[in-house]
Ligand binder design. Structure first.
Ligand code: 5U1
Length: 685
């Protein structure tokens, strides 16, 4: 029997439901961007990630899906329009001639198979593939001119990275001259720098012995070692490189990806010997399956397999989206699991006062490392999983970053195991906790040692005020001595006080005082990151500081004014507004001002001058000659302000293929619309 069709709701109701869905999607897009920006900052700037790669990937996937459904919510600063992390200020910028794209991921056999079929459908015949191990390291680009190494750069945001020429030079396996003769005029080699697992463990032992902070995993250790101001430090770390492709090449053409790899090998560049050329999707699956099983048989961390179409002509046919080529995919290994004993559940108060439960575990080897603690997220999670002290638990290390307790093995539960109760008081200062949403917080902002230590550490961190010599250990000493109650107190530390601390000799004192003094003159965005404002990571801070480049203006700004800043959503605006209206925060700002900390940027970075100076431009739909983000970048370089939505202030809208609602809006408002050809002409003036 056929199913009876339900009557359609009236058009008005449908419209309302669509509008509700749109506004819910908009809110979620903004929330996801903030979250992703925050995790990017933890990962790329602090080298101290809070979530697993898998959780991060999930946030990105959700954002991409929403942006695909509602392209009108895509903004140039969305993390989906970015290819990797942002370049830092430590090094000179290095612009990539060919953008360093990232990879789309397949998290299951189904997704991998769907990609393979899509590829074969698009090219109309059976493709051949190259399978490579996906090294969990740091992506780099090395440039050789006429066979001589001239530049090394990190990926950065995919367009501009950090110039790390000198640091790369210290990696022994990187040839300074290519072997043989008849070199291309330019050969840009792409690869992944990594630290072998054994070397990583030795390095952490050494750091632990010196009382220094250890690295969470080999990837962070490799990144930290490469991003050293002093190449001498990089040289002391046995970094390695595997090359997996090329970027800009002048004076040589290739027919196949496998030919590129053979060529690199022949010229003396290190290419992973585990790379295989295969002739069918079945062979791709075999390769992935084999390496999923034996990923720990090698001395470097891998988190998946990269599958690439071998024939360059097919690669060109398939092309790329703005962030990833369509001819390659990363098959990500599923998270690994082991069981172990949960000895005890503890709680920790972080810099925002949030109190997080975590598990002390009988050390267990999972996902390539030994895990002895794992986060339990919040009270509801502990209840939902019903994990108890004494339980045998399943531990998962997803994406190889933060280990997670999946749940108890009930058959092994001891008879006396009791449900765990969240403490009522802060484990650090003893003040009664308060619950907000799913989390418990310690309200004792000023007097809680744990919050103070965490805040001080993040205030001084590389991505904030960058006080190099003020690490965790020193922070604890300063707080324990009672000299530092909030971050502003570090500016009144004296030589005499520091001399009382164990291990503080003249040189160390001088270094700390000099670094502290230098931090007074940081740009406003750094101060904003350092102030510990919810949702304000380096990206939001930079956007804010560009629009409101002084503490005075931020204090006076009305909520609507903050909300009107392009790239700032209502939730962030509310958080910033509330922060600048809190009496205690204002007292802290005043203390910082009196200590001589810079409170305004003298000159916000001017927009580049060009044929589009003074114009506000919106781009909608796909362009043929460049990706959307390249078009936006080109418009900015020509002096334009690129907006994400059309208003009366928009000077013109560039309309590509399948334009979204921005085109309709432009027509409604009578804003000029132009096609790609016209846009290219205007860029040239
Ligand atoms: N092994 C390998 N890793 N990896 C990373 N190959 C490879 N290729 C990449 C990336 C981002 O990108 C190209 C496919 C563009």
């Amino acid at each position: 029997m056929g199913r009876k069709r339900r009557p359609e709701p009236p058009a008005e109701e449908r419209h309302e439901a669509e509008e509700r869905r749109r506004s819910e999607a908009k809110r979620r897009v903004e929330e996801l961007r903030d979250l992703i920006d925050y995790h990017n900052y933890r990962y790329h700037v602090l080298d101290d990630p809070e979530v697993s790669d898998a959780e991060y990937d999930e946030l990105m996937r959700e954002l991409r899906a929403l942006e695909e459904e509602f392209p009108e919510f895509i903004t140039p600063d969305s993390p989906t329009q970015r290819v990797g992390g942002a370049p830092t200020e430590l090094f000179a910028p290095a612009r990539h001639r060919v953008p360093m794209l990232s990879l789309d991921n397949a998290f299951s056999w189904e997704e991998l198979s769907a990609w393979g079929k899509r590829v074969e459908r698009a090219v109309g015949r059976q493709a051949e593939f190259v399978c490579e191990l996906k090294i969990d390291g740091l992506a780099v680009a090395l440039t050789y001119e006429d066979g001589a190494y001239v530049r090394g750069a990190t990926r950065g945001d995919g367009y501009v990275g950090d110039d790390i020429t000198a640091n790369i030079r210290t990696i022994r396996s990187v040839p300074m001259r290519l072997r043989g003769t008849g070199h291309p005029k330019v050969l840009e080699v792409r690869g992944e720098v990594y630290l072998p697992i054994k070397a990583f463990e030795e390095l952490n032992d050494e750091l632990r012995d010196k009382g220094q902070k250890t690295f969470a995993n080999p990837r962070n250790a490799a990144a930290g070692s490469l991003r050293q101001k002093d190449p001498g430090v990089t040289a002391s770390r046995p970094l390695r490189l595997w090359c997996h492709g090329v970027g800009a090449v002048e004076g040589r053409r290739f027919q196949r990806h496998s030919e590129i790899l053979d060529y690199l090998k022949e010229r003396g560049l290190p290419v992973d010997p585990n790379v295989r050329r295969v002739r069918s999707l079945e062979e791709v699956f075999d390769y992935c399956e084999r390496w999923q099983r034996s990923r720990h048989s090698i001395d470097y961390e891998i988190d998946g397999v990269v599958v690439k179409v071998d024939q360059i002509a097919l690669q060109e046919e398939l092309g790329a989206t703005s962030h990833a080529p369509r001819w390659a995919i990363a098959y990500k290994f599923p998270p690994e699991e082991r069981t172990t004993l949960l000895r005890e559940i503890g709680v920790h108060t972080g810099r925002t006062g949030m109190v997080t439960p975590f598990a002390f575990l009988e050390p267990v080897f999972v996902g390539g490392v030994t895990v002895s603690t794992a986060t339990l997220h919040n009270e509801d999670e502990v209840k939902r999983k019903d994990v108890r002290e004494g339980d045998t638990v399943i531990v998962r290390r997803a994406g190889d970053v933060i280990p997670e307790v999946v749940g108890p093995v009930l058959s092994k539960r001891p008879p006396n195991a009791k449900p765990w109760k969240f403490p009522k008081k802060c484990p650090s200062c003893g003040v009664a906790l308060v619950r907000k949403g799913a989390y418990w917080f310690c309200p004792n902002k000023a007097g809680c040692p744990s919050q103070n230590i965490e805040w001080l550490f993040s205030f001084a961190s590389r991505g904030a005020m960058d006080i190099d010599s003020l690490g965790y250990k020193t922070g604890i000493q300063l707080i324990e001595m009672g000299w530092v109650k909030d971050p502003a107190d570090i500016y009144s530390l004296t030589r005499e006080q520091l001399a009382q601390l164990p291990g503080f000799k003249e040189k160390k004192i001088e270094k700390l005082l000099t670094a502290t003094l230098a931090s007074k003159d940081r740009p406003i965005w750094r101060l904003l990151v350092a102030l510990n404002i919810r949702h304000v990571g380096w990206h939001v801070a930079q956007v804010l500081a560009r629009a409101l480049p002084s503490v005075g203006r931020l204090k006076k700004a009305r909520l609507e004014e903050i909300e009107a800043v392009e790239g700032i959503g209502p939730e962030i605006a509310q958080s910033v507004y509330e922060w600048f209206h809190d009496k205690e925060n204002l007292r802290l700002l005043e203390k910082l001002r009196k200590a001589g900390v810079r409170m305004e940027d003298e000159e916000p970075e001017p927009l580049p001058e060009g044929p589009l100076t003074g114009k506000t431009v919106v781009i909608t739909g796909g362009l043929v000659s460049m990706s959307r983000s390249e078009a936006e970048q080109a418009a900015r370089e020509a002096g334009a302000r690129v907006a994400s939505s059309v208003s009366k202030k928009t000077d013109f809208v560039v309309v590509g293929e399948n334009p979204g609602s921005k085109y309709d809006r432009a027509r409604q408002l009578g804003v000029e619309t132009i096609d790609e050809q016209d846009f290219l002409k205007r860029l040239k003036g």
